[in-house]
Structures are given as structure tokens and as C-alpha cells.
Design a protein around this ligand. Structure first.
Ligand SMILES: C[S@@+](CC[C@H](N)C(=O)[O-])C[C@H]1O[C@@H](n2cnc3c(N)ncnc32)[C@H](O)[C@@H]1O
Length: 371
């Protein structure tokens, strides 16, 4: 199809496949076959999203982006891409709505339950080797509205209990979408989560507040939510566990490689990487070894590869010296030259695990840093 031509909306593939549990599967859908994704109009559309909605989709696979764009064009009843681009120029709200539609946010508690059981099997012996009171540091990237981060917190509490130990758990949970992060931080979830979480877990880890469930305070205190873009912002470091689930499938192979290099940097040697089960086959360059191939669980190998990551690693300066500003409950510092990360240990203890309420310092230049 040539650019600007009217496309057949009926030719677009059906909306996301509905899974047994009722969620929409967010696989990277096939090319709708219009050829429009290579059109200059589509380049222009992506440029408008960058300037109007602050969303940079460079590095993302284009067919799924186009597919969602076609849906928006359908809703707006604008069948020609050139006309839709003109609409986006006239109407910034449409640009924001399109940007929201292009940001796939599907998530859930213990999504792919078997994968979580596989993760439990991998981390249980590692926790058993840990001394009582040791810190456990994890990073949940692309955390959307927080379900994955809270699932991990629950799993760690349960394992600590089983071992009769008490760990100081800190989970950093990040995403590019500030709206999702605000929701995640509130810890409130609709009653429908009853379908995802068995009653005993619900009772132990959530409070019922009218029509919603709210994650209990001790669990919320284990998780710090903050903005971070995996394609452009520096990472955390010295982590025991990183998750990156259901984002890589939307990225071009080169971007996938960069993100994996970033996560290699972020983990300690021997640290655990937990990818989404629909992800590409996984890292195969000797930087990780598979612990569970089916469920995409890996162990970081070798020393830190400073040369393999494409971001400026700088050194930490105290936030107050860097000129702090408060964003969505997180203290952000714009600090040149940041390196050190030192979790604080104030916070409340609950059964086997203590959450810390350390201040979160994020440097655009230097990455998120916990002090
Ligand atoms: C499909 S959701 C996955 C949520 C969760 N990880 C899961 O598997 O249930 C994808 C998430 O990736 C986030 N995202 C997209 N691009 C990102 C980027 N460059 N850096 C960080 N997060 C990103 C989106 O905002 C969205 O919340």
C-alpha cells in the first residue's frame, strides 16, 4: 500500500488475544501488512509523539506501534495516515491519547504463575545461604502499575518466613509512565485481583478498603517506585535480582541487546535475571547462563562489563548539593558523577522481612540512587 492510501480497517488483525484469565495478551503483534510502518508519515507521527507527548518510540518494533495507531485512526474515523498526522498536529490531546495507547501496560500479580514458581525455586537456595538480616536488593524494571514488584515482595516475605530469617528487602520498581507509577505507589488495586491472588495471600498482604484492595503498609515499604527509562537512563547497581518482563518483545533487537547489557551491569556477579516468558530466547553472548530456559531465568556471569553499556556512569554527590526537587514522592537529584549506592536501614520490620524507607535519589545524568 502506498502512503496516504486508504487502508482497509478490516485487514488489521483482531484485537489482542484474550487469555484464559481474561487479560489481554500483549504480545508484539505481527505486521499488519500495510507497509505503512516505513512511511515518512509514520516517521512524522513518531516525531510528534516525541515532541507533543514526550514519548520516544525510537528503538521499538514498528509493526505493533502501527497496529495500535490503526486502531486509533479507526476510532477517530480518519482512514488516511497523512490525515491522521495532520489531526495529531492540530490536536495535542489526540497525540497524548495515541501515546497512551502505544504504551502497553498490561500486568498482573504473579503473571505466568509457573514462572514465579520457577523463580522461587531458583532464589530459595540463594536466600538459604544468606545470613539473617542481610540486605536483598532487587530491581523490577518496566513495572507498570506495580503488580510485579508487589508479587516479588510477597515471594520474598514468604521465603524468608519459610527459612525463619529476616532480610532487609529493598525493591526498586521503575517505569517510564509516571501515571502508572502513581497508581503503583498508592498500592490500590480493583477487586478483580481476587481472580489473581488466592484468599490467604489476599488476607495476609492486602487490606480491603471498600471496593478496592490496598497493599499492606509493611509490603509497600519494601518497594520504591520511581521513573526510569531503560533505553536512556542509567541503571541501579549491585543488585541481587533484576526483572525485565514483557518489554523486550516490543524493542528492536539492538535495543534488546543494550537493555540486557544494562541489566548485566546492574546485577552483582551471580545475580539473577528474570525475563518474560514470551521474550526472545535470551542472552547468548556468555554474559548470562540460563538457570531455567523455559521461564527465562538467568545467572549473571563474569565481572562488570563497563564498556558494554551505553550510558554515562558518574559519581554520586549528595542530593542536597545537587539541587533536589520533589517529584511524585521521590527526591530527584541531578547529580553529575554518581557512583555509590548506600541503602539506609531505617524502616519497619514485619515478620521475616524488613522494608526500608530510604530516600530515593535519581539523577538524570547518573541514574537512580538509593541513599
Ligand atoms: C506490558 S507492560 C509490562 C509490565 C510488567 N513488567 C509485567 O510483565 O507484567 C510494559 C511496561 O513497559 C514500560 N516501558 C515501556 N518502555 C519503557 C522503557 N523504555 N523503559 C522503562 N519502561 C518502559 C511501559 O510503560 C509498561 O508499563
Amino acid at each position: 500500500m502506498s502512503e496516504g492510501e486508504t487502508f482497509e480497517l478490516s485487514a488489521a488483525p483482531p484485537r489482542g488475544t484474550t487469555m484464559a484469565n481474561g487479560w489481554q495478551r500483549d504480545t508484539a503483534e505481527p505486521d499488519p501488512g500495510t507497509g505503512l510502518e516505513t512511511s515518512p508519515h509514520f516517521d512524522e507521527l513518531l516525531a510528534i509523539l516525541r515532541t507533543e507527548a514526550g514519548l520516544d518510540f525510537g528503538g521499538y518494533k514498528r509493526p505493533p506501534l502501527l497496529r495500535r495507531t490503526l486502531r486509533r485512526m479507526d476510532l477517530a474515523q480518519v482512514p488516511r495516515l497523512a490525515d491522521y498526522v495532520a489531526l495529531l498536529r492540530r490536536d495535542p490531546e489526540e497525540a497524548i491519547a495515541l501515546g497512551n495507547d502505544l504504551t502497553v501496560s498490561v500486568s498482573g500479580f504473579f503473571r505466568d504463575a509457573e514462572a514465579w514458581e520457577a523463580l522461587r525455586e531458583v532464589i530459595a537456595p540463594r536466600l538459604a545461604e544468606r545470613d539473617d538480616g542481610e540486605p536483598v536488593r532487587a530491581w523490577v524494571t518496566a513495572c507498570a502499575s506495580g503488580e510485579e514488584a508487589y508479587s516479588l515482595a510477597i515471594l520474598l516475605v514468604e521465603e524468608a518466613d519459610r527459612l525463619g530469617k529476616r532480610f532487609e528487602v529493598k525493591i526498586f520498581a521503575t517505569d517510564t509512565a509516571k501515571g502508572f507509577l502513581d497508581r503503583a505507589r498508592s498500592g490500590e488495586f480493583a477487586g478483580v485481583i481476587e481472580e489473581q491472588i488466592p484468599a490467604d495471600r489476599l488476607e495476609r498482604f492486602f487490606d480491603r478498603e471498600g471496593p478496592v484492595y490496598r497493599v499492606k503498609k509493611f509490603l509497600r515499604e519494601m518497594v520504591v517506585f520511581a521513573p526510569q527509562n531503560l533505553l536512556s537512563d542509567p541503571p541501579f547497581s549491585r543488585l541481587d535480582l533484576c526483572t525485565c518482563r514483557n518489554l523486550l518483545i516490543y524493542l528492536e533487537p539492538e535495543m534488546q541487546r543494550r537493555v540486557l547489557a544494562l541489566l548485566h551491569f546492574a546485577l552483582r556477579e551471580g545475580g539473577t535475571l528474570f525475563l518474560g516468558s514470551a521474550e526472545m530466547p535470551g542472552p547468548d553472548d556468555g554474559s548470562f547462563e540460563p538457570l531455567n530456559k523455559k521461564w527465562r531465568i538467568y545467572r549473571r556471569l563474569g565481572p562488570t562489563r563497563h564498556g558494554a553499556v551505553d550510558f554515562p556512569i558518574r559519581t554520586l554527590i549528595p542530593a542536597r548539593e545537587a539541587g533536589e526537587r520533589s517529584v511524585a514522592g521521590s527526591r530527584l537529584a541531578f547529580a553529575p558523577n554518581v557512583q555509590a549506592i548506600a541503602p539506609t536501614s531505617r524502616g519497619s520490620a514485619h515478620r521475616g522481612v524488613a522494608g526500608t524507607s530510604s530516600s530515593f535519589t535519581h539523577s538524570r545524568a547518573a541514574g537512580p540512587v538509593i541513599r
